[in-house]
Design a protein around this ligand. Structure first.
Ligand SMILES: NC(=O)c1ccc[n+]([C@@H]2O[C@H](COP(=O)([O-])OP(=O)(O)OC[C@H]3O[C@@H](n4cnc5c(N)ncnc54)[C@H](OP(=O)(O)O)[C@@H]3O)[C@@H](O)[C@H]2O)c1
Length: 329
């Protein structure tokens, strides 16, 4: 490719708009096309973000020959079908989190990407934030000794009605899939594969979990304590602890601007990390790097890990009695 990577965005909701904004901060990326189920919606989005091509169907975007990679920004129950549509049309894909509704769907789309030899990645953007990259470097350098505990919370008060996607089972509502995936993914990033997960939850009137607390046992040793909620606004922190001290990241799932290293000997240091635009630029850079290097997956967010994390979510869902119409697909 001797031109900036040409992106297509599938879906025109809240996160699609943030992603479009982020693309303008990446020199090697160009927002070439957008697709909506309705032409008028695609055109309105196109006007707001100066997008050259506005498609009135997702199939038209998948078939567009001027697109190098497609970002999928629809509600989670649509992800598996949308990923398949794009891969079958020969397009690499970055798909929003949670990657699919359950591990079975994830295995099927990962198999398709491997068969087609196309790039595919879950858009777990926080792994690419400079603050998280630095926290990982610090922990891997041994500054706190062997990390053995991760604590992570992601809760905010969601002022939405029962038909909103966050609470509607048909749209994959619930805190665990929408927010819990972040602490879960981050715990596995720092402590490795999850051997077992134990969850307790409070389900709301629509039948989805409004808050869930879970603990993890990691296969290579270590435990994690995680919490997610639509009912309460939590501090939103990530703390990785080892025998020599802890590394704490403030707002790890959105900005990760501040890291505090507190050591057993009393030494405390605080670092301020950079952030490009609204933060999504960093995962966009990673996709560009992988595509340019001819990689079919990112070593930072590998597909087997995405599938394994969905296995953990499935395990926790069965413990808390969280079922979705999409479970039969
Ligand atoms: N990475 C992050 O920070 C982050 C933040 C928020 C959300 N997300 C993830 O991104 C996905 C979308 O979230 P969002 O908050 O952007 O949702 P949203 O505002 O409801 O937008 C979803 C878009 O998907 C399309 N869509 C296709 N079928 C749909 C259906 N049956 N019902 C509703 N919309 C449908 C619509 O676009 P058209 O009408 O144009 O087709 C809609 O605008 C979710 O999987 C969520 O977990 C990620």
């Amino acid at each position: 490719m001797n031109h900036p990577i040409r992106w297509g965005i599938l879906g025109t909701g809240i996160i699609a708009r943030q992603f479009a904004d982020a693309l303008h901060h990446v020199p090697d990326a160009h927002l070439q096309a957008v697709a909506s189920r309705q032409q008028a919606t695609a055109l309105a989005f196109g006007r707001d973000f100066a997008v050259p091509t506005c498609h009135g169907s997702y199939a038209a975007l998948a078939a567009d020959p001027d697109i190098d990679v497609i970002y999928i920004a629809t509600p989670h129950p649509l992800h598996a079908d949308n990923v398949r549509l794009c891969l079958q049309a020969g397009k690499p894909v970055l798909c929003e989190k949670p990657f699919t509704m359950h591990a079975g769907q994830a295995r099927s789309v990962v198999a398709l990407a491997r068969e087609q030899q196309l790039f595919l990645m879950e858009a777990m953007w926080s792994r690419f934030l400079p603050g998280i990259v630095e926290a990982k470097r610090l922990v891997d350098s041994g500054v706190i000794g062997r990390a053995q505990h991760v604590q992570a919370d992601f809760g905010y008060y969601a002022e939405v009605g029962p038909k909103h996607r966050l609470l509607d089972p048909a749209l994959g509502g619930g805190a665990l899939l929408d927010l819990g995936i972040y602490p879960l993914s981050m715990a596995a990033f720092f402590l490795g594969p999850v051997a077992s997960a134990h969850a307790i939850a409070e389900l709301g009137a629509t039948g989805v979990d409004e808050q869930t607390a879970f603990t993890l046992r990691h296969a290579e040793g270590g435990l994690s304590s995680c919490f997610c909620s639509f009912r309460v606004t939590t501090p939103r922190e990530l703390v990785i602890s080892g025998p020599l001290g802890s590394v704490r990241v403030a707002q790890p799932f959105s900005q990760a601007r501040q890291i505090t290293i507190a050591l057993r000997d009393g030494d405390v240091q605080t670092l301020t990390m950079p952030l490009t635009g609204n933060g999504y630029a960093h995962e966009i850079l990673e996709v560009g790097r992988c595509l340019r290097a001819g990689l079919q997956e990112s070593p930072v967010m590998p597909l087997d890990q995405t599938v394994a994390l969905l296995d953990s979510l499935d395990q926790m869902r069965s413990q808390i009695g969280l079922r979705y119409p999409a479970d039969n697909q």
